[in-house]
Design a protein around this ligand. Structure first.
Ligand SMILES: [Zn+2]
Length: 453
């Protein structure tokens, strides 16, 4: 039996939407929260003790849209809008991955995510080697739903990523059989047809027919106006209407971006219970537009938050993403349309709800899995703390996270990774990034020898 006691927290934020507070200790037994608040030392003889004095405990951040496979390409896909960004940079770089470079990318991502207080993600991979992603997730302790990207057609899709419909389905199901529910349920499979412009009708329809009842479905939708125009031209209807027609929408369907939507499309999302995944920094950096979070929420669409891929961000800091979401909502829907408690709930319990994991995570209460982070609010950039929720959303940074636990496992203690060798991971990432860049150079103009970067 494993017992962990977080001691002496200045405050314990139990979670959204009400964000009640306690203080003192938090007791974890066999990965589950057993008691919250007060002096619990007498109930935890022999426990592993983690000092949380002066810190704020809260549920770990849940990011519902990331690409672990892309982190190795941070800084290599600048100054482009979505389709050139994919076709000229990201796809050729993904096609240059081998298992070693993919592993290095995933390890680097997980290290950054854990050190910054993210305990759960929804990940979309590249088309090949995806077993490496799950093996690394299993070993490092992050909670994740993940799936290989499915790409069986589309303009600009490189040969190295293109797959047959049958191979795409077969490989996805093999991975789902192997990994869905693995690591005591910490890992799940999410089918991931990349987006309309890289997947055939038959692929979408087969995923709906074979996978929709058992697995999460994860894709991109309506990120950029040019993309939505091309979808409309090719399919004869708007992006979300296409998903409705092929049966892709539903409560287990998660759609990244949802920036360019007609009123009818918003209604489709709301009535089907489909989930919107808001990635504000990516939308800004690729010049895509600003998701109307207030409009979606008012219509009854569930919205959660993610950093997307590192080359579009250029980081995986969940605190920065919350801040961007909060600020952009004031601009788009008016001051007060999305409060700090609202954003913090979207980034914790909201993410858990989107993934169907809210029975296990998202709040700190007895019986839930112990996905807990401890944040230092006594920093020059967050002091004075007039309201802790406001400080967490508008002032705190990834580097303010001191301890991180997933299922009661201490993965970060005093700002240091426990299971992962951070310096070695950074060194390996540099080495593998260089090799991947060399492999990709013939296909990526800016990486060719002599090119001006
Ligand atoms: Zn994405």
């Amino acid at each position: 039996m494993s017992v962990v006691l977080l001691t002496g927290a200045e405050r314990i934020l139990l979670g959204g939407p009400a964000w009640e507070e306690a203080s003192g200790d938090l007791l974890i037994r066999d990965g589950s929260i057993q008691a919250v608040g007060g002096d619990l030392a007498a109930r935890a003889p022999g426990a592993r003790v983690v000092d949380a004095s002066g810190l704020t405990l809260m549920p770990g951040l849940v990011q519902t849209h990331v690409h672990l496979c892309q982190t190795l390409f941070r800084g290599l896909a600048e100054d482009r809008s979505l389709l050139p960004w994919l076709r000229e940079c990201i796809w050729p770089l993904e096609a240059a991955h081998d298992p070693d470079s993919l592993r290095a990318s995933v390890e680097l991502s997980i290290l950054e995510l854990l050190l910054g207080g993210t305990t759960t993600i929804l990940d979309m991979g590249t088309t090949h080697h995806h077993g490496v992603v799950f093996e690394t997730l299993e070993r490092t302790g992050l909670r994740a739903a993940s799936g290989k990207a499915m790409m069986d057609e589309g303009e600009g899709v490189p040969v190295g990523l293109l797959e047959t419909t049958l191979d795409s389905l077969r490989e996805s199901f093999d991975l789902a059989e192997r990994w869905d529910g693995a690591a005591d349920g910490r890992l799940r499979y999410a089918f991931a047809p990349r987006f309309v412009l890289s997947c055939s009708d038959i692929l979408f329809r087969e995923v709906v027919s074979l996978a929709k009842d058992r697995y999460l479905l994860h894709t991109h939708a309506s990120e950029n106006s040019n993309e939505t125009d091309v979808v409309e031209r090719l399919k004869g209807r708007r992006n979300i209407e296409y998903f409705e027609d092929v049966g892709f929408l539903g409560p287990r369907t998660l759609l990244a971006h949802c920036v360019w939507l007609s009123d009818r499309e918003v209604e489709c999302l709301a009535t089907s219970g489909s989930r919107a995944l808001h990635c504000p920094h990516t939308n800004l950096k690729l010049g895509s537009g600003i998701c109307e979070v207030g409009r979606l929420r008012d219509a009854g669409v569930h919205v959660s938050i993610g950093c997307d891929g590192a080359p579009a961000n250029n980081g995986l800091d969940g605190f920065a993403e919350m801040r961007a979401a909060a600020r952009l909502a004031q601009l788009k829907s008016g001051p007060g349309s999305l409060t700090a408690p609202d954003v913090l709930t979207m980034a914790t319990l909201g993410g858990a709800e989107a993934l169907g994991w809210d029975d296990r995570i998202g709040r700190l209460e007895p019986g839930k899995d112990a996905d807990v982070i401890a944040v230092d609010l006594h920093t020059p950039h967050a002091t004075p703390v007039a309201d802790p929720l406001t400080a967490l959303v508008y002032s705190c940074r990834a580097g303010d996270v001191r301890h991180v636990l997933v299922s009661g496992e201490v993965l970060v203690e005093s700002g240091q990774a426990v299971r992962m060798d951070a310096p070695a991971i950074v060194r390996e990432a540099e080495k593998q990034a260089q090799r991947a860049r060399e492999r990709a150079a013939p296909e990526v103009p800016r990486l060719r020898p002599g090119a001006v970067s």
